[in-house]
Structures are given as structure tokens and as C-alpha cells.
Ligand binder design. Structure first.
Ligand code: SF4
Length: 324
């Protein structure tokens, strides 16, 4: 690990002042410390935000909740408001990492964790995300865990978060604070950028911008689930995951929210799949149409071709379970 300066912030204002000149915010450190040990990331300064008063879950007007950016993943999963009104979020959190990591990992940090593409962590390998312009060892290499949607010829890495997939389906807004400004409210889907020609740029956050909270509107109608398909029962990243909320009246789908993990460089929401469901009888024909809409344009790179079939089957199985 390379030497770095360290500052502990006692307030958001202190954190912003310390972060404005390139300081890297750290809370649980469950991903960043690994990256620093491997020298994939070598920040000159860490700004410790773990003591800030951003660790509460509160109800908001309109029936939603506001989640402080430092709420630990385990606390969020167990919170009565989350378990009662947003069960897909609780399930997604509990499907991620290990109990020890969930105790330490923060909500804001979970959103900003980096891909687990093995070539990204191997500094001897070509990786446009770690070393722009060096190439992508996953394209033409071993790419079983890689993305099939939203990819480019520069990068095919997936976003690793389970929590973010559920938040995407729940229409989460990310609340930030900015040095010298008021901060912003960013729809979660607008927080992330697809790789295009610049896979090293992963989010729309500005220099020094700090995530302080995530807001959820009132829960969507209908039943919810989060299903994660992975190589082993715990402590593994998603090959495919589905966060879904579906409402049915008189046998017809009246509302659908569908988001996916393990398939794309960001938590992937499919408006096309949702549109293929709403207004149609809840049954195989509509479910297959939704899968077709989701996967139109999906492209594998050999080892990960199976994800296209797996995503189709997983989505259809989830829709059956939600509507039976
Ligand atoms: Fe790097 Fe992305 Fe290629 Fe992985 S998929 S090696 S992160 S450029």
C-alpha cells in the first residue's frame, strides 16, 4: 500500500473541505482498502467520513423513507420500515457479501463499490478502466462473470451491487452535498455512466461531491421480490439477479418495476420489459414478451453467453412467482 494522508471529518462541511482537492472519502472501506492494498487505487488522501451523523433511516412526507449514507447494510436490511415496505431491498442487502461485511459496509459506499472484474484487480493485465487505453483483457479472455447489456468494446464489466439493483427498481434518488454548493438530487439511474469510450468514468459525481442520503418514494403497488442466481449460496456476486415489483388486478398486470444485476455495467432497469407486461394478462405470453424486450440487443463474449438464457429463465420464474 502506498503512503497517504488521513483526515477524519467531524461534519459534512469538514468532509467537503477536505475532499475538494482530491481527497477520497472512506466509510466502511470494505472495497477501497482492498483496492489500495493491490495498488489499483492509490489516493493521496483519505477523508474518513465514518463519524458523520448520517446513520438514520427516517420516514418522509408522502410515505417514503430517507436513508442516511452511513447506515450499515445490515442495519438497513433489518430496519422495520425496509422489511415492511421495501422487502426487495432487505432481501437484496442480505444476499450481498457476508454478515461481517454487511456490518461494516455503508449504504453510500455500496453504491460506489467497484467492479469485481478479475482483470481490474490484476495490475499486470490490460484494463481500460484501471489504465485507460491499455485494452480489455476480459474481451477475448475469461469473461464468465461479465456483462451482456450496456457494454462497449472498451469494457464489459458488471456493477457488483445487489442493493443498487433493488434501489433502481424502487426509483431511488441519491442526495449529495457539494463543495461550495447546495448539493443535488440525482435519480439512481442517472448516477451511473455506461462504459462507452471512457470506462474509467463510472458515475456522474463531481469532484468532491459527497453522497449524504438515498431517498425512496412510497413503495410500488403489488408484490416484491429479489432473486439472486450465483455460483454458491453465499458470499458470491450475482450471475443474474432480478428485483421486481408487480401488481395484478383481475388477472391483468397493472404495474411492473423490473431491475437486474449481473447483466450490465450499472444496475439495469428495463422500461421495455415493464411495458411488455403492463396491460396484459399475467401469464406465459406476457412473461416471455418481457424477457424478449429485456434481452433484445444482449451480447455475450463466449464464456458469459449463458447469462442471456439464464436471465430469461430467471425473469420468467420470478414473474410466475409474483403473480401466481
Ligand atoms: Fe477492465 Fe472493464 Fe475489461 Fe474488466 S471488462 S478488464 S474492468 S476494461
Amino acid at each position: 500500500m502506498k503512503p497517504f494522508d488521513y483526515a477524519r471529518a467531524a461534519s459534512v462541511e469538514q468532509a467537503l473541505a477536505a475532499g475538494v482537492d482530491g481527497g477520497r472519502y472512506i466509510a466502511g472501506g470494505t472495497n477501497l482498502i482492498d483496492l489500495m492494498k493491490l495498488q489499483v487505487e492509490t489516493p493521496a488522501k483519505l477523508v474518513d467520513i465514518s463519524r458523520l451523523a448520517l446513520d438514520r433511516v427516517e420516514e418522509t412526507e408522502g410515505g417514503g423513507i430517507r436513508i442516511g449514507a452511513l447506515v450499515p447494510n445490515s442495519d438497513l436490511a433489518a430496519h422495520p420500515l425496509v422489511r415492511g415496505h421495501y422487502p426487495m431491498l432487505s432481501r437484496a442487502l442480505l444476499a450481498g457479501a457476508s454478515a461481517q461485511l454487511r456490518n461494516k459496509a455503508s449504504t453510500g459506499g455500496n453504491l460506489l463499490q467497484r467492479t469485481r472484474c478479475y482483470y481490474f484487480y490484476e495490475t499486470a493485465a490490460a484494463c481500460n478502466k484501471r489504465d485507460p487505453g491499455s485494452g480489455c483483457a476480459a474481451i477475448g479472455g475469461f469473461n464468465r462473470i461479465h456483462a451482456v447489456l450496456g457494454i462497449s468494446d472498451k469494457c464489459i464489466a458488471t456493477h457488483p451491487s445487489d442493493m443498487a439493483v433493488a434501489l433502481r427498481a424502487l426509483d431511488a434518488m441519491v442526495v449529495t452535498a457539494l463543495p461550495g454548493g447546495e448539493g443535488r438530487r440525482i435519480a439512481l439511474g442517472d448516477l451511473y455512466r455506461l462504459p462507452g469510450d471512457t470506462p474509467e468514468v463510472e458515475t456522474d459525481l463531481r469532484p468532491g461531491e459527497l453522497i449524504v442520503a438515498i431517498e425512496l418514494p412510497a413503495p410500488p403497488p403489488g408484490r416484491q421480490l429479489y432473486r439472486k442466481v450465483r455460483d454458491r449460496a453465499s458470499y458470491a456476486f450475482a450471475l443474474v439477479s432480478v428485483a421486481a415489483a408487480v401488481a395484478v388486478e383481475d388477472g391483468v398486470v397493472t404495474s411492473a418495476r423490473l431491475a437486474f444485476g449481473g447483466l450490465a455495467p450499472m444496475p439495469w432497469r428495463s422500461a421495455e420489459a415493464e411495458a411488455a407486461l403492463v396491460g396484459r394478462p399475467a401469464g406465459t405470453e406476457a412473461f416471455e414478451a418481457a424477457a424478449d424486450a429485456l434481452l433484445e440487443g444482449a451480447r455475450g463474449h463466449g464464456h458469459n453467453d449463458f447469462k442471456i438464457v439464464l436471465a430469461r429463465r430467471t425473469l420468467i420464474a420470478c414473474l410466475r412467482d409474483l403473480t401466481d
